[in-house]
Design a protein around this ligand. Structure first.
Ligand code: FAD
Length: 509
């Protein structure tokens, strides 16, 4: 470019004023020009289209003829304060057309300032925004309506972004957050869905469910709550400038969780009654099994002695007493065989997905009456959501019931004052831990391993116990590749820690 004289006025060819005039004339926006006293000097055809006034009807007049007389005085005062000070002003006014109809004008008044800094004219640019305003009101109203519907809806609702962060939630969701003591319910729900389904299924697609009516249980100190949870992929428009032309696929996950605790509670009541009957029958069979096993165990001792005496007698050449002993030994062995044959077997059971919180809840419900009668206070501290095990449900339940029964019995000793039972569940990626701690007299350290031996009982001779509860419990834990440990001191009562493995993905039943 050639050197320019910096003080020179901007390059303005003679053609420009004519172009300006044509541009203003043809503009599709109402333009008016006044003198410094606000007397209209010029209006363009769009002004006539908007207001209904022809140029000759307004030139020489004041814009006040457009006023519907309902715009507050303060707005005009603010306008005039700005424009007389040489500042532009914009705002909305209620105007009236020539035919008397009202419209909402979006007005910009730009003062025109001469070289000496004096306001010589005012340029007015206005457009009818009646429809836009109506639309804005409708949208605002709809938003408020939707928000109040969403907030008063008796379901938990949350909108999650691509990174599963909550961007919007409702009142019920916030209530759940406080119930779960600040744990994010969305995370709990998604973790539970992933734990049972492996991942969020399907490719995210608008209108498609990521999961549907998935029942999730929330365990807290206040009890168990059930929710039927669904996740629906929805699109939410991104309002940023960057995405104006480049429409990013802004997918959000709408989480809907409907509480089903009441229905579940009804089902649970029936299930528990059936369970109680079933466990009573199992207990009857167990005690029969224990009695017969103990009888076999007891007879085996003298029979073995008889067998060794008989073999000594036979080595010495035999005797009439030996023949009689042989007869008695035969009868003894036959008795053992028939007793063994009478021991009832375990009813066949197959492995299935088992939630240990559910099992422990059952065990605590089944033992409530006994615990109340013994004045035992229970501290139930479950982990909100636990991974499922692949286990034999009845056997696992019987195992935990045997441990809890032992704790009740230990604390229910005459004169024993401390009566508290704490049950804690913890979930890890590879295992579930259950810690059952009582405030009873505990098990002396030298007996800690002995209590797992069949027919050993610290209450030998009392309470009708044969001492097979813990040995069977250990067998159940071993059958599940798990462990049971006892940590007991005289002072602290007895603490039983059961660890059961969680199946690796794809290995669950
Ligand atoms: P007014 O007697 O005009 O006064 C209202 C208030 O404004 C008073 O407080 C007064 O002090 C102040 N005021 C008025 N004129 C002046 C002035 N010259 N200098 C300093 N203060 C002043 N009004 C509309 O209702 N609709 C329009 O579409 C519209 N377009 C306009 C476009 C332009 C370019 C300009 C400059 C003004 C426009 N006005 C418009 C404002 C209009 O001129 C009137 O001020 C307004 O309508 C109020 O009129 P009024 O007779 O009720 O009150």
């Amino acid at each position: 470019m050639a050197d320019q004289d910096k003080s020179a006025k901007p390059f303005a060819p003679a053609i420009v004023p004519a172009v300006f005039q044509q541009a203003v004339e043809q503009a599709d926006i109402a333009i008016s020009i006044t003198d410094a006293a606000a007397v209209i000097l010029y209006v363009n055809p769009a002004f006539t289209r908007v207001t209904g006034y022809a140029p000759e009807e307004v030139i020489g007049a004041n814009h006040a003829l457009l006023s519907n007389k309902s715009t507050p005085e303060s707005i005009y005062q603010a306008m005039w304060a700005a424009i007389t000070a040489g500042q532009p002003w914009s705002g909305r006014l209620v105007n009236r057309r020539k035919d008397g109809s009202k419209y909402l004008a979006d007005l910009l008044v730009q003062p025109v300032i001469d070289a000496s800094g004096t306001v010589t004219n005012y340029l007015g640019i206005q457009r009818d925004v009646t429809d836009l305003h109506r639309l804005e009101c409708e949208v605002g109203e709809q938003k408020a309506l939707i928000e109040s519907v969403v907030d008063s809806a008796p379901v938990v609702l949350a909108l999650l972004d691509r990174d599963f962060r909550v961007v919007l939630d409702n009142h019920e969701y916030k209530k759940l957050v406080s119930d779960l003591r600040a744990v994010e319910p969305a995370t709990v729900i998604l973790d539970a869905v992933r734990a049972s389904l492996g991942t969020l299924p399907g490719t995210p697609q608008v209108g498609r469910h990521a999961f549907h009516d998935h029942e999730i249980r929330f365990d807290s100190r206040n009890g168990t709550r059930w929710y039927s949870c669904s996740g629906l992929w929805v699109r939410r428009k991104d309002g940023t400038v960057e995405s104006f032309f480049d429409r990013r696929d802004d997918l959000f996950l709408l989480l809907v969780a409907k509480e089903t605790t009441r229905q579940r509670a009804e089902q649970e009541k029936t299930r528990l009654a059936m369970l109680q009957a079933m466990m009573a029958e199992e207990a009857r069979i167990d005690s029969l099994r224990e009695t017969l096993s103990a009888a076999v165990f007891k007879i085996e001792g003298p029979v073995n002695i008889m067998a060794s005496v008989l073999s000594t007698l036979e080595r010495r050449g035999g005797s009439p007493a030996g023949a009689a002993l042989a007869g008695a030994l035969r009868a003894g062995r036959e008795a053992i065989d028939s007793l063994r044959g009478a021991i009832p077997g375990h009813s066949p059971e197959s492995r299935t997905a088992v939630n240990i919180n559910e099992v422990m809840r059952d065990v605590l419900d089944l033992t409530t009456t006994r615990m109340l009668a013994a004045g035992i206070t229970v501290h139930w501290r479950p982990q909100s959501v636990l991974p499922s095990l692949n286990a034999y449900p009845s056997r696992v339940r019987t195992m935990f019931k045997a441990i809890v029964d032992n704790a009740i019995e230990a604390m229910n000793a005459k004169g024993w004052k401390a009566r508290e039972l704490s049950v804690v569940t913890r979930g890890h990626a590879d295992r579930v831990e259950v810690i059952i701690e009582d405030s009873g007299p505990g098990i002396p350290p030298d007996l800690r391993y002995k209590v797992f031996e069949p027919f050993f009982s610290t209450r030998m001779g009392g309470g009708g116990h044969l001492g097979t509860g813990l040995s069977s419990a250990q067998q159940v834990a071993a059958d599940h590749d798990g462990t049971i440990e006892i940590d007991s001191t005289e002072r602290r009562g007895c603490c039983v820690r059961v660890v059961l493995p969680v199946p690796r993905r794809g290995m669950a039943a």
